[in-house]
Design a protein around this ligand. Structure first.
Ligand code: PXP
Length: 250
């Protein structure tokens, strides 16, 4: 499967499961949402199986693996349990994310630099099994260099601090965050890493990130699922796609 050229949109459907779990039943079904997303132009679906299963369940992952027509980006913590699940399913992509406080850098990404040896051994079998391994990190050259050294093919840059600064009107800090993301996208790309980005993106914050030429994929969830309440899931995704294309073309 080739993904070259166009900026890809991965739609994260975790919060469809959050709404479902609020009532403990089967509705709304994340797989159904994923299929609507696919029809609306999502290039991939992202789902995070958390250790506490607070939204996506093991059965959701089974259903997504069996029923999706686009690649699944399986987000997980670097634990033995999650590694076994990923090795059983062999999803297109595995994104390693922090779940525990001690696994985080201050900016919220994974602390790769401090855990290089463990993570190198952790991701090797996943790569061997054919998954593309991505590491969710802050825009920090130390973390990027460590991700490259452990053999990850992809990094996903954490856009949360940039989005928070925008939402809170701290525009100077927002622009500093944006500069760091821009610089680190180029740096990671120069090291041979594929660059993704995500967390907290919405219609107001997506375009500057989508405009970075090195970014190959954006993963967006919470805002799209929220916006679906007002305009429906397909149109909410369609508008995100339109803004991404506009940023990329202009
Ligand atoms: N990318 C990664 C690695 C994430 O963990 C998340 C949140 O689950 C996202 C992107 C999407 O973030 P949001 O739901 O805020 O759009």
């Amino acid at each position: 499967m080739s993904f070259e050229g166009k900026l890809r949109l991965g739609v994260n459907i975790d919060h469809v499961a959050t709404v479902r779990n609020a009532r403990g039943g089967a509705y709304p079904d994340p797989l159904r949402a994923a299929k609507v997303a696919e029809a609306a132009g999502a290039d991939g679906i992202t789902a995070h199986l958390r250790e506490d299963r607070r939204h996506i369940s093991d059965a959701d992952i089974d259903g997504l693996m069996a029923g999706l027509g686009v690649p699944l980006n399986f987000e997980m913590a670097a634990t033995a349990e999650m590694q076994a699940i990923a090795l059983r399913h062999k999803p297109h992509a595995v994104c390693i994310v922090p779940e525990k406080r001690e696994e985080r850098t201050t900016e919220g990404g994974l602390e790769v630099a401090r855990e290089e040896n463990r993570l190198a051994h952790f991701i090797a079998p996943l790569i061997e099994a054919g998954s593309r391994v991505s590491i969710f990190i802050a825009a920090d050259s130390r973390q990027i260099e460590a991700a490259a050294r452990i053999g990850a093919q992809v990094i996903e840059l954490h856009t949360g601090a940039y989005c928070d600064a925008h939402a809170e009107g701290r525009f100077k800090e927002r622009d500093t965050e944006l500069d760091a993301l821009r610089e680190m996208s180029a740096y990671a790309h120069s090291l041979g890493l594929e660059v993704h980005a995500g967390h907290g993106l919405n219609y107001e914050t997506v375009k500057p990130i989508a405009a970075f030429p090195e970014v190959a994929e954006l993963n967006i969830g919470h805002f799209i699922i929220g916006e679906a309440i007002f305009r429906g899931l397909g149109p909410a995704i369609g508008e995100m796609r339109r803004l991404m294309d506009e940023a990329r073309d202009g």
